[in-house]
Every structure is written in structure tokens, then in C-alpha cells.
Write a protein that binds this ligand. Structure first.
Ligand SMILES: NC(=O)c1ccc[n+]([C@@H]2O[C@H](COP(=O)([O-])OP(=O)(O)OC[C@H]3O[C@@H](n4cnc5c(N)ncnc54)[C@H](OP(=O)(O)O)[C@@H]3O)[C@@H](O)[C@H]2O)c1
Ligand SMILES: [Zn+2]
Length: 339
């Protein structure tokens, strides 16, 4: 049997190890993907640090996968070898539990397939995925463009399209990292009056180039006051990794405004009197399922939304991850498999 290289995390807070493994065979309802590119999402730190329930080791992280189907398992129809596919955080669902039968696939009550957490993800030359997890990649998108859209893209796109904002509404995107810089682009393309909020003035020019109508420097200005001067936000897309940054913009919500919470902060203080007085909400949002990913890819082709990437070969995974972790990456780090 031929071998492949993968990057594994051996234990919580362990180093990345590049190891050789047997190329796996796809089981029932699954395909093998020859991975071409995999984005490094901030959520990969949950796998690295052992912060997810159901996580076992050693584990191959990576849930922003783009590649090509190279082998088909038993009982698979509708997919064939050679098709270009992407895989995100949602690794599949059962299709028969009450939640799935109501169409709430990402709340599946029986499946615990989280890519790069409960089964091996895309930091490697090959991976196995169930067919529910597959999104078709349009021909216009090279693998390095498609990969970050499988989490950073789908999460911001799907969240915004399911928010209460309509064309012309004030929508603030808090944080301009991997998710945030895509969030600004999607918000602008959806016709929202888009406000970018980040630390410092150095990201202003970029935010405006990405489509922001206005920019707030959260270090030099009070973001809540600034949003109120603009009429109050209908939606705040909170993509930052710091809870205090989220708390500091909550006061910028308008009447009936909602903070869509995407950043995985451990806890968050909210002001109940403010929320009830103005019928505001804080709502969590999980990325979505494979068809949401496919919609994201399609919308990105249609409107020209792209992730700005720094590309590293698989061998440089530690350096690449470090750039994400310390906030140096502008804006997404993507690993490529030179195979
Ligand atoms: N809900 C979901 O389904 C989902 C999906 C993917 C990711 N996530 C989560 O979303 C978050 C962002 O992921 P990412 O990949 O975009 O991360 P990233 O590229 O590392 O960006 C991190 C962002 O957090 C901001 N930030 C970091 N420290 C901060 C501080 N002390 N004060 C204010 N802002 C701070 C940065 O702000 P500046 O722009 O000002 O530098 C940057 O915008 C993570 O928590 C990740 O786990 C959730
Ligand atoms: Zn992610």
C-alpha cells in the first residue's frame, strides 16, 4: 500500500508532527480526497490545544479542504473520481434523526463528525470524507482560493444571508482576520452599508478596498458610540477572538439589532437592560453544511469575493500556523500539498 504524509497533533498542546501513514481506503458512503490545499482556521487551535469535546489523539487538523476525489467507497452514488470537492467543519449528518428530517442538518442528533476534530482533516496528502460533507468546487476557483471559503467563507456568508439585515441596512463586521476580511466583502456584495471595525488605522485602506463604506478604529475610537452616530447597526458580525472586543461594540446595535456571534470566545458579558429595552439579540452562528459551502463558492465566483492568502507548503505547517496564531497573517494562511 502506498504511503502519504500528514501533519498530526500527538496530544493536547503537542507540536505538529509530519508523519507517514498508509493511504486510507474509503469505507461505506465515503470517498478518498487527494488534498490540494487546506486553510488554517483559528478554530484549528481548538484541535491543537485540546479544547473540543469528542477530540481524540493523534489527530490531523484542517477543515478548509479543497481537493479531488481519487477513490470511491461502497454504496456511493452521484460522485465520481476526478471531481473537485471541498470539505468544511461539518463532516456529515445521518439524514434520519428528527433534526435532519426537519432540515436542521447541522444540528444532527446522531452524527458527531467534525472535520479535523473527531476524524482526520485536511493537513495531509489524502483524507476520507463522507459524501454528505462534500461541496462541488466551481471550475473558476483554484484550490487555494476555494479552501478558505470552506470555513471562513461559508461561516460569514451563511451567517449574513440568514441575518435580519436587508439591502441598505447598517452592518458592522468586527475584526478583519481570516473570517472578517471575507465578511466585509460578502456584506458589501449583499448590498449592506458595511462598516469594518478593527484595531488600528493600518487596516482601514484594505477594509475600504474590500468594500467597507466606513471604517472604525477600535483603539482610537469607541466603536459603540461611532456605530450609534451612524444610526445603530442592524447586524454586528462578531468575528474576533476576544470577548472584551465584542462587549465594547454591543452598545452600537440599533433597535431590533442583532449581534451574530461567530468568534469562539469562552464567555461573554451581555447588557440585559440594553437588550430588552431595544429588542436586541445576541445569536450564535455555526458555519453550515456542504450545500451552504457550495452556495458560498457559487456566490464568490458570481461576485468576485476572494480570500487574500499567504500560501505555505505542508512542511512549513508550524511557521504557517504561527502566523495565524499571532495575528501576522494577511489574511488567511493556506497549506498546499506538493504531491
Ligand atoms: N462560528 C463558526 O462556525 C466559526 C467558524 C470559523 C471560525 N470561528 C472562530 O472565529 C474566530 C475568528 O477566526 P479567524 O480564523 O478569522 O481568526 P484570525 O484570522 O486569527 O482573526 C482573529 C481576529 O480576532 C481579532 N482579535 C484578536 N485578538 C483581539 C483582541 N485582543 N482584541 C480585539 N480583536 C482581537 C483580530 O482583530 P484585528 O482585525 O483587529 O487584528 C482578528 O480580526 C475564532 O474564534 C474562530 O475559532 C468560528
Ligand atoms: Zn474554521
Amino acid at each position: 500500500m502506498s504511503k502519504m504524509r500528514v501533519v498530526q497533533v500527538p496530544r493536547p498542546n503537542g507540536p505538529f508532527e509530519i508523519v507517514e501513514r498508509e493511504v486510507p481506503e474509503p469505507g461505506k458512503g465515503s470517498v478518498r480526497i487527494k488534498v490540494e490545499a487546506c486553510g488554517i482556521c483559528h478554530s484549528d487551535s481548538l484541535t491543537k490545544k485540546g479544547l473540543m469535546p469528542g477530540l481524540t489523539y493523534p489527530r490531523v487538523p484542517g477543515h478548509e479542504v479543497a481537493g479531488v476525489i481519487d477513490a470511491i467507497g461502497p454504496e456511493v452514488s452521484g460522485w465520481k473520481a476526478g471531481e473537485r470537492v471541498g470539505v468544511g467543519w461539518n463532516g456529515g449528518y445521518c439524514g434520519y434523526c428528527d433534526s435532519c428530517r426537519r432540515g436542521n442538518f447541522f444540528a444532527c442528533l446522531t452524527s458527531t463528525r467534525i472535520t479535523g476534530v473527531t476524524y482526520d482533516g485536511g493537513y495531509g496528502e489524502y483524507m476520507i470524507a463522507t459524501i454528505e460533507a462534500l461541496a462541488r468546487i466551481p471550475v473558476e476557483l483554484p484550490a487555494t482560493d476555494a479552501a478558505p471559503l470552506m470555513c471562513a467563507g461559508i461561516t460569514t456568508f451563511n451567517c449574513l444571508r440568514h441575518s435580519d439585515a436587508g439591502p441598505g441596512d447598517l452592518v458592522a463586521v468586527l475584526g478583519l482576520g481570516g473570517l472578517g476580511h471575507l465578511g466585509v466583502q460578502y456584506a458589501a456584495k449583499m448590498g449592506f452599508k458595511t462598516v469594518g471595525i478593527a484595531r488600528g488605522r493600518d487596516k482601514e485602506e484594505l477594509a475600504r478596498k474590500l468594500g467597507a463604506w466606513h471604517y472604525i478604529d477600535s483603539q482610537g475610537q469607541d466603536p459603540a458610540t461611532e456605530l450609534q452616530k451612524l444610526g445603530g447597526a442592524k447586524v454586528i458580525l462578531a468575528t474576533v477572538t476576544a470577548a472584551d472586543a465584542m462587549s465594547s461594540v454591543l452598545g452600537g446595535l440599533g433597535v431590533n439589532g442583532t449581534m451574530m456571534l461567530i468568534g469562539a470566545v469562552p464567555s461573554l458579558e451581555i447588557p440585559p437592560l440594553q437588550l430588552l429595552g431595544a429588542r436586541q439579540a445576541v445569536k450564535g452562528w455555526y458555519s453550515g453544511t456542504s450545500i451552504d459551502s457550495q452556495d458560498t463558492l457559487g456566490f464568490s465566483v458570481l461576485t468576485g469575493v476572494r480570500s487574500m492568502n499567504e500560501v505555505f507548503p505542508l512542511e512549513k505547517v508550524s511557521e504557517a500556523y504561527e502566523r495565524m496564531e499571532n495575528g501576522k497573517a494577511r489574511f488567511r494562511v493556506v497549506l498546499t500539498m506538493e504531491n
